[in-house]
Ligand binder design. Structure first.
Ligand code: UD1
Ligand code: M6R
Length: 373
């Protein structure tokens, strides 16, 4: 049921304040009988000790689910101190990459039925790793075969382009980082800030959804483009990859997510006055590096669209830069910022698709669940 919306993708983008609330329901505790702010993931509580003892955490997934894990990687590394590596399921299988008994392998999949992810799970089980699932589908193959896990509880996702599952996956993995990290005096303030940020997240997403018309106007300007580059770094490297994936998958426009730190190692050669470039530069510890990336792109006459934190437009794009467009989004704790930052890009992909006259919910050649290899 699409309710008042024209497409499932549109409905699923706009219901993210609610889906995120459901994802967190009963899992965040603060005040009351329990003084400290904590996280309770029922499916993991008997396995946390084993996970904390593991030598490495390996995230395994495909497409959007891989991108969600990439967004959560820095906070998991920070709070757990355990090395976290990333595997695209098909690539792990192609390489028969090493997986050990001392590894915790985390399988991220909305459907829980993706063939590559499922085969990678069989492979990790054979190699003796502890296998954890993060899935949206109760009773799915990945939920059943993993030793333990967390359901993201985002509600059924119908549009082939994954939107609300992505944001709920990031939230579950941030909660996973809090659960594995455990309480220490030194990280207490950081943990509390993240938990407060999680409580506030649905409101922040509600606020950023108000950019709908702004993103539609931007889509009108980009309607006839051949290509769109998306630059991000650290927490928002994933936002760049995921934003570009949305644009190519539904709007059928070439788009590439680029790690901003790699700019001078190739991508800079593409920059001219014609190619639109979307730069994510919300405020975090890498902000000044991102400011310098923007300046260098501008110096080469890049056609810039910059996403920044509210109130910071002038520090990313001086008034005299007439061709530069700025999109301001609400700021929140750095590790949760990707949840807010992806929303304008989801809206952009959606509007571009409708304006270009393509099928939003059933993109050409794609299936919701990729059950063959
Ligand atoms: C569970 C109940 C929820 C109830 C809550 C009350 C289910 C599915 N969930 O939620 O309805 O409100 O208790 O305390 O009945 N699992 C995997 N692999 C996965 C995902 C999950 O093995 O990929 C396992 C978990 O380890 C756990 C079980 O499935 O044993 C349920 O997981 P989850 O729904 O996340 O647990 P709770 O949030 O505790
Ligand atoms: O169900 P899964 O999360 O395992 O699916 C993985 C990918 O097939 C999926 O995310 C795909 O990339 C989406 N169509 C992206 O929107």
């Amino acid at each position: 049921n699409k309710g008042n919306f024209e497409h499932y993708m549109q409905k699923e983008i706009h219901e993210q304040p609610e889906s995120l609330t459901t994802t967190m329901r009963g899992r965040l505790l603060r005040g009351g009988s329990c003084k400290a702010k904590t996280v309770l993931l029922g499916g993991l509580k008997d396995h946390l000790k084993t996970i904390r003892r593991s030598r490495r955490i390996v995230f395994i997934g495909c497409g959007t689910s891989y991108n969600a894990a990439l967004a959560a990687r820095p906070i998991l590394e920070e709070l757990s101190g355990i090395p976290v590596t990333m595997e695209i399921a098909s690539d792990l299988l192609d390489r028969q990459g090493p997986i050990y008994r001392e590894d915790t392998a985390v399988f991220v999949s909305q459907s829980g039925e993706t063939a590559d992810t499922l085969s990678a799970l069989d492979y990790a089980l054979e190699n003796g790793a502890l296998c954890v699932g993060i899935t949206n589908t109760v009773g799915s193959a990945i939920a059943r075969k993993t030793h333990c896990g967390v359901h993201i509880n985002a509600g059924a996702e119908i549009g082939v382009a994954s939107t609300k599952a992505y944001t709920s996956q990031i939230v579950v993995m941030a909660m996973l980082a809090l659960a594995i990290g455990g309480d220490t005096i030194s990280n207490q303030a950081r943990r509390e800030a993240i938990i407060d940020g999680l409580f506030d997240l649905p409101n922040k997403v509600r606020e950023v959804l108000k950019l709908d018309q702004v993103m539609k106007d931007l889509a009108k300007q980009l309607i006839a483009e051949q290509s769109l580059l998306v630059f991000g770094r650290r927490y928002n490297y994933a936002t760049a990859l995921e934003g570009a994936l949305k644009v190519k998958e539904v709007a059928l426009m070439h788009s590439e997510g680029i790690l901003a730190g790699e700019m001078k190692h190739g991508p800079l050669a593409l920059v001219d006055e014609n190619l639109p470039i979307f730069v994510i530069a919300t405020h975090d510890a890498c902000f000044s590096k991102q400011q310098s990336v923007i300046q260098q792109l501008h110096a080469r006459k890049g056609r810039l669209i910059v996403m920044c934190s509210k109130g910071e437009a002038a520090s990313v794009c001086p008034e005299e830069w007439e061709s530069c467009r700025v999109i301001e989004v609400p700021q929140l704790e750095d590790c949760l910022q990707p949840v807010v930052n992806i929303v304008p890009l989801q809206l952009l992909a959606y509007h571009l698709t409708v304006l270009r006259g393509f099928n939003v919910d059933q993109p050409r050649n794609l299936a919701k669940s990729v059950t063959t290899q």
